[in-house]
Design a protein around this ligand. Structure first.
Ligand code: PEP
Ligand code: MG
Length: 537
């Protein structure tokens, strides 16, 4: 077949080659509105029992290693510990198919990371079990399995589908639609999965094609010829050298060419990300997206699970500040049963702190867990989507209530500093009205709201530019307010991770950035190239 090229936009930089696994639009775990928790629980219990019966039938007709493998799967399926996280998520309002897939993703990751080779080799059995139960739960919508290292092509990719794919062997994403500003693009950048969006056409037509994904230029080469392959291989080699140069910057404190220190912290969406990282690469954690941390685990209503996760993060940081953001669900991060369905414009609806106001009990659980974790480090609490000072005042009252409850019960806790995201223009413009302990600019949302260009609509992605002078002017005025009022200001949106933005952000007066782990080296290198001589801050 002759070589062809598709052009789109780079959403997560990098180069990758591989064979396409195409996901049909319907090839997602159905993110349907759940039935009652009882109905969803019964559906899961029935599917698990049916899957067990199917496996027993298969085992009775097999022998040797096959019988042993089936016996292992049967034993796993009948273990209540396997199903209990999914059942807990169902209690929190998650539909059974999503609850099952996400709980199994966590289980599979645990097995895959096991030191013991025997357990590590059992991940395939868990994947089989996952797919068998899912097929029974969602007849007619069985998921296409994504092999390790595959290039995933789809119209768009929901967050839950991205999280359910194992990216450890590499791979890439090519979307016919999608947007570079979406949350799935943000996660792809954080995980270092190259991603090109908006190539148009049909994802199904790409199935089985060999492709070169150039997520630097936003180009995809289908069925490449010899010359393209050779040139691409040379670029991958050159890229390895660039990555090597970034590595040299990773553990150094960041400073500009003229010696101005800049704090560089980490954004994380998963506690497991930290296990591979040396705390010395950062000045702290600038953003923990808790809506992703507990994605589908049911832990949102479980104080002990939340406390455990926050404590692990605080201990990892070893005294460095850790900014944990309260639940920012809504918008393009729905949580069935928690967020509101059917809003005409979810980005302008009940998301972030607005959602916490709708679910004060959930918020209180999170604040209690955070106050308890604050005993183990410099934990700070950050509120998303604050629009008016009353929301901050209400959150402070709730924090007081959480601390009072803990003190009364004799549970060790400490008051964390309470800060807020600046991502709604109303808060950015009237920042002096907000009596927060610290501010962090959410440039992703601030940009979409200032430019009126939704972050999940590829057709307006050009407009959603954090380099727009109006956005930069707001950032400069927020930084100025922070200096004058003596309140810390950071920026944790994706603009912080873009080396092409570094010079402008530092000139706007910022001296603290928070970025995905993969961006630490490139951003510190970009900082070192900036000369701020004579620039106020
Ligand atoms: C932002 O809006 O810039 C931000 C950091 O929050 P999120 O991307 O999670 O909405
Ligand atoms: Mg935001």
């Amino acid at each position: 077949m002759a070589e062809r090229r598709l052009f789109g936009r780079a959403a997560a930089r990098g180069l990758a080659r591989g064979v396409v696994t195409a996901l049909a639009t319907t090839d997602t775990v159905p993110d349907r509105i759940p039935g009652s928790p009882e109905a969803e629980r019964d559906a899961l219990v029935l599917a698990v029992a049916q899957a067990g019966a199917e496996l027993e039938a298969l085992q009775s007709g097999s022998s040797g290693a096959a019988s042993e493998m089936l016996g292992f799967q049967i034993a796993l399926l009948s273990d209540e510990e396997l199903t209990s996280p999914a059942l807990a998520a169902i209690e929190c309002g998650r539909p059974a198919p999503l609850a099952w897939t996400e709980a199994m993703a966590a289980e599979i990751a645990g097995y895959a990371e096991a030191e013991d080779d025997y357990f590590a080799a059992r991940t395939a059995d868990l994947e089989d079990i996952r797919d068998r139960v899912l097929a029974l739960l969602t007849p007619g919508t069985g998921q296409v399995a994504v092999p390790g290292g595959a290039v995933v092509a789809a119209a768009d990719l929901p967050l839950s589908r991205f999280l359910a794919i194992d990216w450890r062997e590499g791979g890439a994403i090519v979307l016919t639609g999608g947007s570079p500003a979406s949350h799935v693009a943000m996660l792809a950048r954080a995980r270092g999965v190259p991603m090109v969006v908006g190539v148009g056409g049909s994802a199904a037509a790409l199935a089985g094609c060999e492709v070169l994904v150039d997520a630097e230029a936003g180009e995809v080469v289908l069925e490449p010829g010899e010359a393209s392959r050779a040139a691409f291989a040379a670029r991958i080699g050159a890229q390895a050298a660039v990555v090597g140069a970034h590595a040299a910057f990773r553990t150094r404190p960041a400073a500009t060419a003229d010696g101005v220190a800049v704090s560089v912290s980490l954004n994380i969406a998963d506690v497991a990300e930290l296990e591979r990282l040396d705390p010395a690469i950062c000045d702290g954690i600038g953003l923990v997206r808790t809506e992703l941390l507990f994605h589908g685990t049911g832990a949102l209503s479980d104080e002990a699970a939340q406390y455990g996760a926050y404590r692990r993060i605080a201990e990892w940081a070893d005294g460095r500040p850790v900014v944990i953001r309260t639940l920012d669900a809504g918008g393009d991060k729905p949580i069935p049963g928690v967020t509101i369905t059917g809003e005409s414009n979810p980005f302008l609806g009940v998301r972030g702190i607005r959602l916490s106001l709708h679910h004060p009990k959930l918020f209180l659980v999170q604040l209690r867990a955070l106050a308890r974790a604050a005993v183990h480090g410099d934990v700070r609490v950050m509120l998303p989507m604050v629009t008016v000072p009353d929301e901050l005042a209400w959150a402070r009252q709730m924090l007081n209530a959480a601390l009072d409850e803990l003190a009364e019960a004799g549970i060790p806790a400490r008051r964390p500093r309470l800060g807020m995201m600046i991502e709604v223009p109303a808060a950015a413009i009237a920042i002096e009205e907000f009596d927060a302990d610290f501010f962090s600019i959410g440039s992703n949302d601030l940009t979409q709201y200032v430019t009126a260009a939704a972050r999940d609509i590829g057709a307006v992605a050009e407009l959603a530019d954090p380099g727009n002078p109006a956005v930069l002017r707001l950032i400069a005025s927020i930084a100025r307010h922070g200096r004058e009022a003596g309140v810390d200001v950071s920026l944790c949106g994706d603009a912080a991770a873009d080396p092409a933005m570094t010079d402008r952000l530092l000139r706007a007066g910022l001296r603290s950035l928070s970025v995905a782990p993969s961006a630490i080296g490139p951003v510190k290198q970009a900082i070192a190239a900036v000369d701020l001589h004579g620039c106020a801050a």
